[in-house]
Write a protein that binds this ligand. Structure first.
Ligand code: NDP
Length: 327
């Protein structure tokens, strides 16, 4: 079977020199193991950080020679594990590989009726991230005004839809008119194309009563204008700063003076701290899903090797919704 291992930490963007495609022989199962044939892989912005040799991140970097880390979905094809019988569909950290052996650590059996696409998007890591940021960090309430950056992405589109469903005034920020049109269809009262609009003017027009909440996925200019317009006791959940992932020096932050004047709060978070609450978070997301208030869009690439160049689509903005590789 084929797998993709890390060959060298990239200087800037991930490229064909970053990874090596290798052929590996099938290993026999140990007494508590099962074999997974991987069918779908998630491509995530965090992957850029996982191939940076920074020992101080929230998760250790992938080591040279190791299979590239990735969340995936697959089917059990052989099993010595009673909880993971042959035919079960599972999700967890599979890595960029066509198959792997697991003892079950970090693996979950997917319930009937949950597609791989749903398991990797609205009900998976991106949806859980959206839920924690929106519910726990922002403590969003009806009638508040929320600005969501990266709004047409995997995480952002879930935040937008929860906020619309809960009766907030939602302003979505994205990098193309097509994405903005989709956000309007999802129920955003206002949209900003940060590449073509005058962000400051548009934000002012769309938030006449200021901004109560911001779900920050990207960094960049919008952040500065939101902090200018943040309301008393406003909150910012810092989920991601994709605009900065390739730069050695992060972009300058907004002026903190408004945090004092408006008694506002900025808080970063990572979903890895909250996986132990998986069942509760899933229940919460299912609530929106079962009411028909949570749709998911996927952008699918084909074949294991498409993952290598595919990651960069997240940074050029060529994906709308969850970026997935189908094997
Ligand atoms: P998306 O599906 O949103 O894809 C990334 C999007 O980011 C692109 O489509 C692009 O959209 C936008 N983007 C890329 N470069 C820039 C830029 N320079 N300025 C502004 N926007 C840019 O990815 P995810 O939903 O998976 O992730 C969204 C964010 O959440 C990322 O920052 C990610 O790292 C973070 N994240 C954090 C987690 C946590 O635990 N804290 C967990 C999961 C994700 P556009 O066309 O609109 O520019």
């Amino acid at each position: 079977y084929q797998a993709i291992v890390l060959k060298a930490y990239p200087e800037a963007h991930i490229n064909q020199d970053t990874f090596e495609v290798v052929s590996r022989p099938e290993e026999p199962l140990k007494s508590d193991e099962f074999r997974i044939a991987v069918s779908h892989l998630s491509l995530d912005p965090a992957m850029r950080g996982w191939v940076s040799p920074d020992p101080n991140s929230y998760i250790p970097p992938v080591q040279i020679g190791e299979v590239m880390r990735a969340i995936g979905v697959g089917t059990v094809t052989e099993s010595n594990h009673p909880k993971f019988p042959v035919g079960a569909r599972v999700t967890g950290i599979t890595g960029w590989t066509e198959q792997l052996l697991s003892n079950g650590t970090g693996m979950t059996v997917l319930p009937e009726g949950v597609s791989a696409e749903l398991a990797l998007s609205a009900l998976g890591m991106p949806g859980m991230t959206a839920y924690i940021g929106y519910k726990d960090i922002l403590e969003a309430k009806p009638n508040q005004t929320i600005v969501v950056t990266g709004a047409a992405g995997a995480v952002g589109s879930v935040v937008v839809q929860m906020a619309v469903a809960d009766g907030l005034n939602v302003v979505g920020v994205a990098g193309s008119d097509d994405k903005c049109d989709w956000l309007t269809q999802l129920g955003c009262q206002g949209v900003i194309n940060y590449k073509t609009d005058n962000v400051a003017e548009k934000l002012l027009a769309l938030t006449p009563n200021g901004v109560d909440l911001m779900f920050e996925n990207t960094g960049g200019e919008v952040q500065h204008h939101v902090i200018e317009r943040i309301n008393p006791h406003g909150r910012v959940a810092v989920c991601g700063l994709i605009a900065d992932y390739h730069s050695a020096t992060p972009a300058p932050a907004p002026s903190w003076i408004n945090l004092i004047k408006r008694r506002a709060r900025i808080e970063g978070f990572t979903i890895t701290d909250h996986y132990h609450r998986g069942a509760e978070i899933t229940q919460g997301l299912l609530g929106y899903l079962q009411q028909g208030k949570l749709e998911h869009k996927v952008h699918t690439l084909n074949g294991l090797e498409s993952a290598i160049d595919g990651v960069n689509l997240l940074f050029s903005g060529a994906n709308t919704g969850k970026l997935i590789v189908e094997l």
